[in-house]
Design a protein around this ligand. Sequence first.
Ligand code: NAP
Length: 525
Amino acid sequence: MTTTTAKPALEVAPFKNERVKDFKDPADAAAMNAALETVKGRLGEHYPLVIGGRKIETEKKIRSVNPAQPQQVVGLTSSASKDEATEAIDAAAQAFTSWRHTTLPERAAYLFKAAQLLRERRFEYDALLVYEVGKSWSEADGDIAEAIDFLEYYAREALRYAQPQPVVPFEGERNELVYIPLGVGAIIPPWNFAGAIMIGMTSAAIVCGNTVVLKPSSDAAVVAAWFVDLLHEIGVPPGVVNFIPGAGSEIGDLIVTHPEIRFISFTGSKEVGLRINELAAKPQPGQKWIKRVVAEMGGKDSIIVAADADLDAAVEGVAVSAFGFQGQKCSACSRAIVEAGVYDEFLEKLKRRVATMTVGDPRDPGNFMGPVVNEGALRSIMRYIERGQSEGRLVAGGRRAREDGYFVEPTVIADVDPKATIAQEEIFGPVLAVIKAMDFEDALAIANNTEFGLTGSLYTSDEQKIARARDEFFVGNLYFNRKSTGAMVGVHPFGGFNMSGTDSKAGGRDYLLLYMQAKSISRKV
Ligand code: NAP
């Protein structure tokens, strides 16, 4: 048995989403400015690997830089070699032998503690995301609020699974069904919800009794280092979460194929997700199980604007969904599909709205958009914009907004063919393709014509169109008369269809089942 310092919390209040700060409140704005200064004082710090509780400095480092000022180093994390990744998996396997015997309520107590500490440090974490991934204040705060929500929600879910599970009574037998952990998992998050997704996937895995190796995104390794420190601070035993930053291209395959790895929880691009799924499917010598892969991947999300829609609301919803966090959300609207009757008016209004969007250093809360995450992303987005100009009519943006960081103007390209490259491939930047549809029937067919199926939204006042879309708009997260981004934990369980992933529904009641297996136990009486 392991020693635990967190007390089981059996009586808890119902889950409530954390309120996102509105920085118009002078006290919150002052706290955020102070946090930006505090975190500035910590820029450039070194962060070691953490394997079995041991901190290990490596010679090779991952440089995390501020995309608004790429010469500014946010932090240097040690970079795990294949040997260190293997050591981390061994340490996780060792820790599993005791962690799996802790109870669900004991483990839930750690998540409640982590949530509380994260709440206390909220502004510092917000500030870190401003520096590390270029989030605006409110985007950063939304990310950390969601991370707190995941901790609170999954802790409560663990308590629910700790209760006796209903089975049909059978005379002469005493029957039960219990949920047990899987084993050692690999947690591989992306950089775009650098707090929420990394913390959500890690906490879900460990609350179920698994131990993990956490390989953060190379673009957001510092926030992961902070969180791993926080877990150790609250007493999560050594080896339960092992921290191994490292280039996915170097250590990814080794982690995924290691025979001791029982499951892989991945969020990121389609290309990497499919590779993981393929590699994980092949049993390795000494492997005793079928690896479970939870892979949440890309999107090419549409908002349909029907001719009967409230056009101002639709313009606002499209603009915010397309350009919030520079379009770098899997749920971002990258295709506006507009019925012909309102197409010109919609475009005119959208152009005016986009012209009001400011781009610049996200430390300044006056800027709506910050930089894209790195130079590779900048180049790829600019290539798509160039391509887009041969596939449609440039209506807004199209250039780098500033040269001192990776800033791109909010870009709108109209009259795009539904099968054009910019209407089909995930760009993951502030680029919106506007597509004209003959009518609603045509709009729905266009909306379903990509290989993805993550989010979608319809603006309409027609109940029949709502009913049709409810049945036929094939996406994991469907919205009516609201933006396509901003899913809330517990309220909008999140995950996509088709090449968007395994539809794990993060932040929903089915999510923890992905990290457990059920054992049916029957006793003759
Ligand atoms: P990515 O390039 O696929 O990277 C995701 C993670 O995979 C990173 O930690 C990366 O490490 C790692 N990785 C790279 N190559 C690997 C390999 N061969 N084996 C194992 N791991 C490997 O994606 P990203 O740029 O971070 O994130 C953006 C993508 O995530 C977009 O496609 C977006 O739509 C998607 N996303 C989806 C959801 C959803 O819920 N569906 C949510 C958020 C984001 P390195 O950083 O070291 O390369």
